[in-house]
Structure formats: structure tokens, C-alpha cells
Design a protein around this ligand. Structure first.
Ligand code: UD1
Ligand code: CA
Length: 464
């Protein structure tokens, strides 16, 4: 497959419609910013647009324009200067046709434009590439991407003439009788020869209950002016799902999740039960790692080789080195270094660095804690704002008292120290290398290297 359809400097642009509010989402967040696979929905359309290597990308924004622009700019960070999206402001939600009308100054620069919606994140590069090729072959003024849907409700229906040529698209709200029963639907992705499109969108009249200018109404007008309309039927109907409500949002999430897991499985990761395992788009996992049911990998999480993750584990924006074992636990914005184990039932909060070969056991909470090589915090501890060197053993129930009600303070524990069970380390405090702390001590002063500290009251046995 050649990647460049239009030569450098040629006239191919991509226009993304993203000005709608998304009323049916019942949300204060603009629809195109709702996350799917851990990314704002519009990310997927932008990524496709960029992959097609157009001579320009335009994004029509309107509802919460600043938020949408910021998110688009973030996605496009690092793309070549000629691909930095060009924003078009659609002040009023006058419909998809109104959005294209506003974009005329952008479209003018191109002979051919692909128009995509910001709410169809499941489209694939292969499908859009095929659409573009078909458009070129057919030498039509418009080519729509269509699909057959068992339940076409909510989509524009593609009306074809007796010879199979496309006559028009009838919107769901207008479709009645025979037309409503048509199962071939408009995906909202199109290729246009821009000259006729620009002329035609100027003539669109408000229609339907919402009194919007439908882009789809331009098709019939184009045909009446002698333009030809082709339709490229997508082999997959899953890809064209448009997200209008949270029900479709959940459908898209499931598809994206399956795609990510398939990518991981093909690269050598065992996923015991893909229907109960979740990974965001950016997640990376190396070979021979096993993901058990209930594993949720979020954000930019990276997992090394030969790990065993889960069951029931949430890892978010964290890095896990090779050969680690994490069970029934949560790790957020932290690093687990190789051959370390976490859980069951541990809570690793941000800024923690654990290992290599360290062990964090059950009911242990860490926050901004560094746990050195081979050190163990095996049971029932809270370790916050602490630096623990190598080969330290922290007894069950040990707590760093890091907060005095106003400020946070640090606990430092030297290599090979032994902290007995149920010790309170009142920070700021430093325990020297090789020091030992007696069980049940409340340590308020530094303990020198190699010393034994006992800070508890002596037992008194009173006879009757
Ligand atoms: C649209 C199509 C329909 C198609 C379906 C596929 C029209 C009239 N209908 O319907 O034929 O089957 O997509 O999913 O186009 N937008 C703007 N400005 C506006 C209104 C919308 O930029 O004033 C953008 C939205 O952000 C969205 C896209 O246009 O990305 C489509 O709008 P939406 O309201 O979701 O159209 P559908 O009813 O889904
Ligand atoms: Ca839609």
C-alpha cells in the first residue's frame, strides 16, 4: 500500500467536524473530548487524518472551542508544521452543513477534501485509504463511506436508484416507511471535490426538527447540478459507529479495548480473559507477561517482560520492570523495578519507586516512598515520604508518621536496618545503617548506625 495518494504540494485536505455539543451525551464535557481508551475521542480521528498524509488538516470547533482546541493541539504536538491543525470557528451550531460552510476558506486550498466527524473514533486507516482510492477511481464529485447496519436507527439512510447509483441521504429524523427500512447508512466520512461542495453548502436551508443545515442535504443538490455520488461500502460495520450517547460510548470503549488487547496478544502477551481485562490505547506490555482477569492498565502504563499482573489490579501511568508480580493491588504514577512483588491488597500511590527485588505485601500503603533493592514491607504498613535503602526489613504494622498536621516530613532508613513490628517512625527521622528498632517503639529521634533503639514502656506484671 502506497502511503501518498496526493503528491507533495497537491490538493488534498482533511476536515474534521468537532463543533457539536453532543446534547445526547447529557454532559458538561464536549462530546469529542469524552475519553475512549484513555484518549479524548477526537484523538482517533486526528490520528487517522495525520496518517493519510494530507496537505492540511482543518478542525471545526464551536462548543467549548477553547477546550477542544487545547486538546487537539496536545494530540498534534510534534507533528510537522504543515500538519498542525488549522482551527475553524463555527460560532453557532447550525449543523454539519453549517460547519462545512464556515470551513470554505480552508477547503479552498484543496482540490479534494475528506470530511470526517469527530465522533467516529473506530474508523481504520485501511478503510479511509480505500475510500480515498475509490473516490479517485470513480472520478465522482462525492464518495461516501457507508455500511450495512442491522439496526440503522440514528444514521442517515443511503437511498440508491434502480441501478444502484446513490441518489441521496435521508436523515434518521426524516426517514419514513421504505426509506426508514434501508439498512445501508452514512458513516459521516466523505471525500469531496471541493469546488462543487463549496458552491453547494452555501445553498443549504435549515431543515428537520433542529432546523440545521445538513451536510447530507448537499449530496442531492450536488447530484442535481450534474455531480456524481459514489458510495464505498465498508466491509466492517463496527468501524463506523458514531458516538451520540453514552451507550455508544461504551460500545466504542469495548472495541478499542479489544483492539489494544489483540495488539498485545499478537506481540506475545498472554491475556487469560480478554473480556475481563482492560488496557488503554497507549499501554505497552512486553513478551511473556500474563494479564489475569480484572487487570486494568490505564494511561501511559508500561509493563516489562515475564510479569504476572492481576487478578484485580489497577495500574495507572506507572512503569513495571521485568519479572514483577502484582496481585489485587493498585499502582499509580510510580515505578516498580524488576523482580519485585506487590500485593495482594497493596496501594502504591504516586511518586513511589520500588525495587529491584523488593516486596510490598498485603495491606500496605506507599506514597512518595523509595524502597531499595531487596527491601521488604510485607504487612500492614503505611510508608509515606520515605527513603528506605537496600535490604531493609520493615515489620508488620510499621507506620511513618509523616504529617504533623501542617507539614509533611521525611523518614530515611539506612541499608540492612531492621524495623520491628508495630513501630511508629515520627518524621523527620533517620534510622542509621544496620540499626535495629524494637517492636512497638515510637521513634522520635534519629537512631545511629548499628544501634538498637527501644522506645516503649517496660512491661510490669502485677501479681494479684
Ligand atoms: C451525522 C450525519 C448522518 C450520519 C451520522 C454518522 C448529518 C446531517 N448527518 O448524523 O447522516 O449517519 O452522522 O455518525 O451530518 N457538528 C458540527 N457542527 C454542528 C453540528 C455538528 O461541527 O453544528 C459535528 C459534530 O461535532 C459531529 C458531526 O458534526 O462530529 C456530526 O454531528 P452529529 O450531530 O453527531 O450528527 P448525527 O446526527 O450523528
Ligand atoms: Ca454523530
Amino acid at each position: 500500500m502506497s502511503h501518498l495518494i496526493f503528491k507533495k504540494g497537491g490538493g488534498f485536505g482533511v476536515l474534521i467536524l468537532a463543533a457539536g455539543e453532543g446534547t445526547r451525551m447529557e454532559s458538561s464535557l464536549p462530546k469529542v473530548l469524552h475519553p475512549v481508551g484513555g484518549k479524548p475521542m477526537v484523538f482517533y480521528t486526528l490520528r487517522l487524518a495525520n496518517a493519510l498524509k494530507p496537505n492540511g488538516i482543518g478542525v471545526v470547533v464551536g462548543y467549548e472551542a477553547d477546550k477542544v482546541k487545547a486538546s487537539v493541539t496536545e494530540v498534534a504536538k510534534g507533528w510537522g508544521a504543515n500538519r498542525l491543525p488549522h482551527f475553524i470557528l463555527q460560532k453557532q451550531a447550525t449543523g454539519s452543513g453549517g460547519a462545512v460552510l464556515e470551513a470554505i476558506p480552508f477547503l479552498k486550498k484543496f482540490q479534494t477534501a475528506m470530511v470526517l466527524c469527530g465522533d467516529t473514533p473506530l474508523l481504520s486507516y485501511e478503510t479511509l485509504y480505500a475510500l480515498l482510492n475509490y473516490h479517485k477511481e470513480q472520478k465522482c464529485q462525492v464518495t461516501l463511506l457507508t455500511a450495512k447496519m442491522q439496526n440503522p436507527k440514528g444514521y442517515g439512510r443511503v437511498v440508491r436508484g434502480p441501478l444502484g447509483d446513490v441518489l441521496k441521504v435521508v436523515e434518521d429524523s426524516e426517514a419514513q416507511g421504505k426509506e426508514a427500512a434501508i439498512t445501508e447508512v452514512n458513516s459521516g466520512a466523505y471525500c469531496f471535490e471541493t469546488a462543487l461542495l463549496m458552491e453547494t453548502v452555501k445553498e443549504l436551508k435549515p431543515a428537520g426538527q433542529k432546523r440545521e443545515q445538513y451536510l447530507t442535504a448537499a449530496l442531492e443538490l450536488i447530484r442535481r447540478k450534474g455531480g456524481r455520488i459514489a458510495a464505498y461500502l465498508s466491509p466492517s460495520n463496527e468501524e463506523i459507529i458514531g458516538i451520540n450517547s453514552r451507550i455508544q460510548l461504551a460500545q466504542a470503549e469495548r472495541v478499542i479495548n479489544r483492539r489494544v488487547l489483540e495488539r498485545l496478544m499478537l506481540s506475545g502477551v498472554t491475556v487469560i480473559d480478554p473480556s475481563h481485562t482492560y488496557a488503554d490505547t497507549d499501554v505497552e506490555v512486553e513478551r511473556d507477561t500474563v494479564l489475569l482477569p480484572g487487570t486494568i492498565l490505564r494511561g501511559k502504563t508500561k509493563i516489562g517482560r515475564e510479569c504476572r499482573i492481576g487478578p484485580h489490579t489497577l495500574i495507572e501511568n506507572a512503569t513495571v520492570g521485568n519479572g514483577c508480580d502484582v496481585r489485587f493491588s493498585q499502582i499509580v504514577e510510580s515505578r516498580l523495578l524488576e523482580k519485585s512483588t506487590v500485593g495482594p491488597f497493596a496501594n502504591i500511590r504516586p511518586n513511589s519507586v520500588i525495587g529491584p527485588r523488593a516486596k510490598i505485601g498485603n495491606f500496605t500503603e506507599l506514597k512518595s516512598a523509595k524502597i531499595g533493592f531487596g527491601s521488604k514491607v510485607p504487612h500492614l504498613s503505611y510508608i509515606g515520604d520515605a527513603e528506605i535503602a537496600e535490604d531493609v526489613n520493615v515489620g508488620a504494622g510499621t507506620i511513618t508518621c509523616n504529617y504533623d498536621g501542617v507539614d509533611k516530613h521525611k523518614t530515611v532508613i539506612g541499608a540492612k536496618a531492621f524495623i520491628g513490628s508495630n513501630v511508629n517512625l515520627v518524621a523527620p527521622v533517620t534510622i542509621g545503617r544496620g540499626a535495629k528498632i524494637g517492636a512497638g517503639s515510637t521513634i522520635t529521634e534519629n537512631v545511629p548506625q548499628g544501634a538498637l533503639a527501644i522506645a516503649r514502656s517496660r512491661q510490669i506484671n502485677k501479681e494479684k
